[in-house]
Design a protein around this ligand. Structure first.
Ligand SMILES: Nc1nc2c(c(=O)[nH]1)N[C@H]1C(S)=C(S)[C@@H](COP(=O)(O)OP(=O)(O)OC[C@H]3O[C@@H](n4cnc5c(=O)[nH]c(N)nc54)[C@H](O)[C@@H]3O)O[C@H]1N2
Ligand SMILES: Nc1nc2c(c(=O)[nH]1)N[C@H]1C(S)=C(S)[C@@H](COP(=O)(O)OP(=O)(O)OC[C@H]3O[C@@H](n4cnc5c(=O)[nH]c(N)nc54)[C@H](O)[C@@H]3O)O[C@H]1N2
Ligand code: SF4
Ligand SMILES: [Mo]
Length: 697
């Protein structure tokens, strides 16, 4: 590959590395070796040159003077953030000698990796690191924080992460955004829907617990009580069958269990469903009839409703709807929950599970990090965090932080910034940004793969994840194993060669380097067969029955979360990407401050006024938030958005000294309130199934 690093001026192709379905193509403008402007690449077939505000401002993050420049060693108490610079040699020596001792005394399972998709690059997020942990025999991390409950539910119905091609939604006449704040989290799906609305008068329905950016764009916004969406979907099915709006031919040919389902949904009559969901009976009829009679109709299934105790069953249930109406056969009809199956690389080649050999290593669910650090026996003695910021993003954060504070826990954090998590670390390692790396990107929404080549030199002494794991392998004495000697290029060639994924056929490394955007070989799902046991859409699932679930889609209420007045839904916000950007003044300025959205009637009853600071609490923790009173949430529900830095309002990151008042700085820590219960399926998170009390201060 030609190197762009040494070319000081020009415009270079790049990929947005963030955990966002859109995975935009970017153009980086370089002057004097620095990125001075980030814009969308108009040649990207789906994102077409449009990007979000967050990333238009990315050059500030890349050249932020607060970025970590060199490895650091902690010299103050854990959590305070007082460090002194050390060399890479000393850092690696400290880590590997500590690990070697731990392996001898406590075994390799005393070491726990913790990572997520701060950088979606396949090599950075799940390449050399996985090889390293497999070879070491460390405790395995079950990566469940994001979408695993819903993916599991979808898989029971459809066999895998297989939806329609989003480019086909240009033909849709009805868009249902179901529990997705797409205006913030999938802007190009919104752009497509806007275009069709203008051209063909297509209608948008948004079903959400919060009338947010997306709800405000809808032709019809349907507010719903949290965690009740399966009941609504079953109510729609009840009406579709009762009023004969189902496609008998499709049901016969491509599904199993429609007779059982027809019987089963009789119990979900509109009156009962209305009581459960808070959606008026006439609206349930209107919604079912619109859905039953409009073609093509498209459902974009979001992450929100699957961050609940019953989240897997929600997705399993909604995924049945397009089958009832036969919409999968219509161009632009169907659904997208996630599309990751189409570009699924060869993970065996990439992650080398064979390196685990016969090690029966234990598994920790990442949603229960605090619990694992505090109670696991034998204990976790060392934690290595990269590409994630669990002190802010993981549920029940008071427990997480208590775990991170453990004096006997050897914590290493590899990041671009001195995050909330890094402040607890014994050793901090500086990470390159994705624009300094070589990596392979595969969207989980559209069907295009891209490659990033380094555009700028590594910032100061920072190193990529791939490089650090190579060095750690050498330090641990297994650097000679072939898996750790592979170059990035070899890893990508191997990853793209996946005989188990026919959609990847012909999508090869050299062509990708040359052409920049290559599409998976997709075709409509129907006519065709699915990777389910019956090869059909499983309205009735024998596999679910074997796994202990009701085999037919069923409404299961949320777990009792204590006697508190409000259901608490703390989702992401528009200008941060999870906690990324929450340390940037421009992004903070756009969001201003965290708010607690509360219904007018609730505020009146509690004597709470607009703009008042209230105490929000439950058995897990407390926050202080400014109230926004209005009608954008139903009574009994409170919503807040954004994973706010501890240090909002003051400078964070890189300032190598602690906060004056650590308790004060944590008052916006929304995850102090969230449950670390595990969802019904896939080990998923239940961020939105917590209850809170709200009181005047
Ligand atoms: N700007 C921005 N974009 C992002 C992110 C970000 O932080 N900021 N994060 C990225 C990541 S990692 C992810 S996973 C995605 C997530 O993006 P989305 O799929 O949009 O998921 P959320 O924003 O978590 O929740 C979506 C909506 O679900 C609603 N909701 C919550 N509970 C329920 C319920 O029970 N029923 C219904 N109907 N609605 C409910 C919330 O109010 C919210 O509006 O976004 C990605 N993109
Ligand atoms: N309350 C609440 N909590 C939530 C959610 C919610 O909706 N509500 N959403 C949840 C969801 S869906 C998700 S996906 C998680 C996301 O949570 P995380 O995966 O922790 O995402 P970020 O907060 O963006 O943190 C990513 C970190 O990776 C670092 N990073 C970026 N690139 C690299 C790299 O190449 N190498 C290394 N070593 N580090 C890098 C960034 O600087 C950043 O600090 O949060 C979850 N937490
Ligand atoms: S965060 Fe999403 S919308 Fe923004 S540039 Fe990246 S991929 Fe595109
Ligand atoms: Mo996520």
């Amino acid at each position: 590959m030609p190197s762009f690093v040494d070319v000081p001026n020009g415009v270079f192709h790049a990929v947005c590395p963030l955990d966002c379905p859109d995975q935009c193509g970017l153009l980086l403008h370089k002057a004097d070796g620095k990125i001075v402007k980030v814009e969308g690449d108009p040649r990207h077939p789906v994102t077409k040159g449009h990007i979000c505000n967050k990333v238009r401002n990315m050059n500030e993050r890349i050249h932020d003077e607060h970025r970590l420049k060199y490895p650091l060693k902690r010299v103050g108490p854990k959590g305070e953030g007082t460090f002194t610079p050390i060399s890479w040699e000393e850092a690696l020596q400290t880590i590997t000698s500590r690990w070697k001792k731990l392996i001898e005394s406590d075994g390799p399972e005393s070491i726990l990796p913790y990572s997520f998709y701060g950088n979606m690059g396949r090599l950075s997020a799940e390449g050399m690191d996985r090889r390293f942990w497999n070879h070491l025999g460390a405790t395995r991390l079950d990566r469940t924080i994001c979408s695993s409950a819903g993916s599991s539910g979808y898989q029971y119905t459809m066999g895998g992460s297989l939806g329609i091609d989003p480019e086909d939604t240009i033909h849709s006449n009805l868009f249902i955004f179901w529990g997705i704040n797409a205006a913030s989290t999938n802007m190009h799906q919104v752009a497509l829907a806007q275009k069709v609305r203008k051209q063909n008068g297509a209608k948008w329905i948004v079903i959400d617990v919060h009338k947010n950016q997306t709800g405000r764009l809808a032709d019809w916004f349907i507010p719903i009580l949290p965690g009740t969406d399966s009941a609504l979907a079953l109510g729609i099915m009840h009406i579709l069958f009762a009023e004969n709006m189902v496609d008998h031919d499709f049901l016969q040919k491509y599904t199993i269990g429609h007779e059982e389902l027809r019987e089963h949904v009789q119990q979900y009559d509109p009156a009962s469903v209305s009581t459960i969901t808070g959606v008026p009976v006439e609206d349930i009829f209107k919604l079912a009839r619109m859905y039953g009679k409009t073609s093509p109709s498209f459902i974009r299934i979001g992450n929100g409703p699957q961050h609940h105790d019953n989240g897997g069953m929600f997705v399993r249930t909604v995924a049945c709807l397009p089958a009832l109406t036969g919409q999968w056969l219509v161009k632009g009809g169907g659904a997208i929950k996630g599309n990751s199956a189409y570009l699924e690389p060869n993970t065996v080649s990439l992650q080398r599970p064979d390196l685990l050999k016969n090690k029966h290593t234990r598994v920790v669910n990442m949603n229960q990090l605090g619990e694992a650090l505090l109670t696991l026996d034998p204990p976790v003695k060392s934690l290595y965090v990269y590409g994630s910021n669990p002190a802010l993003v993981a549920p029940s954060s008071n427990k997480v932080r208590q775990g991170l504070e453990r004096e006997d826990l050897f914590l290493v954090v590899h990041d671009l910034f001195l995050t909330e998590t890094a402040k607890y670390a014994d050793i901090v390692l500086p990470a390159t940004s994705s624009f300094e790396n070589t990596d392979l990107y595969t969207s989980y929404w559209h069907h295009y793969a891209q490659i990033q080549q380094p555009v700028i030199a590594p910032y100061e002494e920072s190193k990529s994840n791939v490089e650090v794991f190579r060095l750690l392998a050498i330090g641990m004495g297994f650097g000679d194993v072939a898996a750790f000697k592979e170059t990035e290029e070899e890893m990508m060639v191997g990853a793209l060669d996946n005989p188990r994924n026919s959609f990847l056929e012909g999508l090869k490394y050299d062509a990708l380097v040359e052409r920049q955007y290559l599409k998976a070989k997709v075709k409509p799902l129907f006519p065709g067969t699915l990777p389910t046991p019956s090869e059909k859409i499983e309205l009735y699932s024998e596999r679910m029955k074997q796994d202990g679930y009701p085999p037919l889609p069923t409404y299961i209420p949320l777990v009792d979360d204590g006697d508190h007045g409000y259901q608490f839904v703390p989702g992401p916000n528009h200008n941060f990407l999870n906690s990324t950007f929450s340390n940037n003044q421009k992004h903070i300025g756009l969001e201003k401050e965290p708010r607690l959205h509360m219904n007018r009637l609730d505020a009146l009853a509690a004597g709470i006024e607009e703009g008042e600071i209230v105490r929000v609490w439950n058995s897990r923790g407390e926050c202080e938030l400014k109230v926004a009173v209005g009608d954008n949430v139903l009574p009994g529900v409170v919503v807040s958005q954004g994973l706010w830095a501890d240090t909002v309002g003051r400078s964070r990151s890189g300032s190598e000294s602690g906060d004056a008042n650590p308790n004060q700085s944590k008052r916006h820590l929304l995850n102090a309130l969230t449950p670390d219960r595990i969802a019904d399926m896939g080990g998923g998170a239940t961020f939105f199934s917590g209850r809170v009390s709200v009181e005047k201060i």
